[in-house]
Design a protein around this ligand. Structure first.
Ligand SMILES: Nc1ncnc2c1ncn2[C@@H]1O[C@H](COP(=O)(O)OP(=O)(O)OP(=O)(O)O)[C@@H](O)[C@H]1O
Ligand SMILES: [Mg+2]
Length: 499
């Protein structure tokens, strides 16, 4: 396939999201599409996939002018896309979701789904361990991502668009995805890979294109863009040095005690988790996704009621079976998948900033004041556009993540629970987020930080606890020397040896 985009433009109200883009993609190559949050990457690819229609410009496929008015048109032209926000339906099984994606399937649930998907191989090929008859809601985020990918592959695309597929994956999953992507290219497929991660570029890109404010500002062979040049092109001369956590005094008192906590979620559980977090401490939770991370986070933030145990903050039990204190102001929570779990996409940004404390608003809020406050906070956290009246669902993926961070990290919480808080953020925004998080710790908060990125945890956290099959396999200081031990705990090896 040879695809040409010429002078493509798209405006949303006052925002020129895509501003006259020329881009070429060829079969057999992987194009990495980079650029800061809100640069227009997702919009450009949604134009190509027929989710939006361009206001201007031409799309040419193999020399023929092509009109793409809907995803159905895109599929007919051999284009497949995996979106940044998941499109799988949690209440249906994996098999049903795959059958549903098959445009020609009349019966997509139950037995019909089994028949329809009988001959489909992609999921088995890319993720043999994902259970076909489990509900999608019970899968880990990484597994959901693979189902999304399988859905797109069923259509046998010649061009595959992946919008930040590595943001939620663990090390092993990322490596597997890289080799899949390289495999597609070797078989002659074209791949567009949207990413913020330089490692993705190094591992699989043939070419790169960098967007800024709706335009492609640089492009060329990946080998001509080393990390330094990429960084400079993406963020200019801004300082990206991620701040580090301050050393923790040996006598720092316990601020949060997660005491014998057991809880069940749709797909995983935690079992007798016992952790103490000191005042000012950043405790990292490492582990392969699906081992109870989401349940631990929900239970510590009081979103999920535990079966046993308690969460004690400043000596007071906040959450226990049949007991739930309001968390507003005391426990900040940045959950997985913020679009699903932490924002109301149809409400304006100003109200989204009060989502955890709507009941504290006066019956008739002073709208002008509320919007002025919101604008100040949005600006501080660099949410773009900082427009309090805009619906949250219109923000780009990274800006949505910043919105949640702004709401949750603006106060002085006793406990911060942060699941993958830099997911989808560009490099400058990640550095800023870390800065906020560690500043809270320095001011006395206890931080529980769940991440798939062991390097990040080793670099920034004070201690690391490993969650394996819902239990704490061990806790060590965040030090490179413990890397192997942590790795062994993550894969359950230490257990096997002990048994
Ligand atoms: N449906 C929409 N309605 C209004 N504005 C939109 C809509 N979709 C995107 N935008 C705006 O278009 C601009 C580009 O957004 P886009 O999602 O393409 O950015 P992105 O490069 O993918 O960023 P990120 O890295 O954060 O995902 C942003 O300012 C965004 O707010
Ligand atoms: Mg995007």
């Amino acid at each position: 396939m040879h695809l040409q985009l010429r002078s493509i433009a798209k405006r949303f109200g006052a925002i020129l999201a895509v501003d006259g883009v020329d881009l070429d993609v060829d079969g057999g190559e992987v194009l990495a599409l980079l650029g800061e949050n809100g640069a227009g990457k997702s919009t450009l690819m949604k134009l190509l996939y027929g989710v939006h229609r361009p206001d201007a410009g031409q799309v040419t496929i193999d020399g023929r002018a092509t009109r793409i008015d809907s995803p159905r048109d895109a599929m007919a032209s051999g284009i497949g896309m995996v979106f940044q926000q998941f499109s799988v339906i949690p209440a249906l099984t994996v098999r049903e979701n795959l059958a549903l994606a098959h445009a020609s399937t009349p019966w997509f649930t139950g037995r019909g789904a089994r028949r329809a998907t009988a001959g489909l191989a992609p999921l088995a090929a890319i993720a043999p361990d994902v259970p076909m008859d489990a509900r999608v809601s019970s899968l880990s985020v990484g597994q959901m991502q693979l189902v999304e990918l399988a859905k797109a592959l069923q259509q046998d695309p010649r061009l595959l668009i992946l919008d930040e597929p590595t943001a939620v994956l663990g090390d092993d999953e990322v490596r597997r995805l890289w080799s899949l992507i390289r495999g597609f290219a070797t078989r002659g497929l074209a791949v567009v890979l949207i990413t913020h991660k330089l490692a993705d570029v190094a591992a699989c890109a043939d070419r790169v294109a960098v967007m800024r404010r709706g335009r492609v500002v640089a492009s060329g062979a990946a080998r001509d863009f080393d990390a330094t040049r990429l960084l400079r092109t993406m963020v200019g001369e801004r300082d990206l040095a991620a701040p580090s956590t301050a050393p923790l005094p040996a006598d720092a008192p316990t601020r949060v005690w997660i005491r014998g906590l057991s809880a069940r979620g749709p797909g995983s559980r935690i079992d007798g988790v016992d952790l103490r977090i000191a005042r000012g401490e950043v405790l990292g939770i490492a582990g392969v996704s699906g081992h109870g991370q989401d349940v631990l986070a929900d239970a510590c933030a009081g979103v999920l009621s535990p079966d046993a145990g308690e969460v004690i903050v400043d000596g007071e039990t906040l959450f226990a079976p049949r007991q739930r204190a309001p968390r507003a102001g005391r426990v900040a929570y940045i959950p997985e998948q913020p679009i699903r779990n932490a924002v109301a996409p149809d409400l304006p940004l100003a109200l989204n900033l009060h989502l955890d404390r709507l009941h504290t608003l006066p019956a008739i809020p002073d709208r002008r004041r509320m919007e002025a406050d919101a604008r100040a906070l949005l600006t501080r956290f660099d949410v773009r556009p900082a427009d309090p009246t805009m619906a949250a669902g219109r923000l780009s993926g990274g800006n949505l993540q910043k919105l949640v961070a702004a709401r949750e990290l603006c106060g002085a919480p006793a406990l911060v629970v942060a699941s993958h808080p830099t997911m989808g953020l560009d490099l400058a925004a990640s550095a800023f987020l870390y800065h906020q998080l560690f500043a809270l710790a320095q001011a006395g908060s206890a931080v529980l930080w769940i991440s798939e990125d062991l390097d990040d945890l080793l670099h920034h956290a004070h201690r690391i606890a490993v969650l394996h099959r819902g239990r704490i396999a061990g806790v060590v200081p965040a030090d490179q020397r413990h890397r192997q031990t942590i790795g062994a705990w993550m894969t359950g090896h230490a257990d096997a040896e002990a048994a």
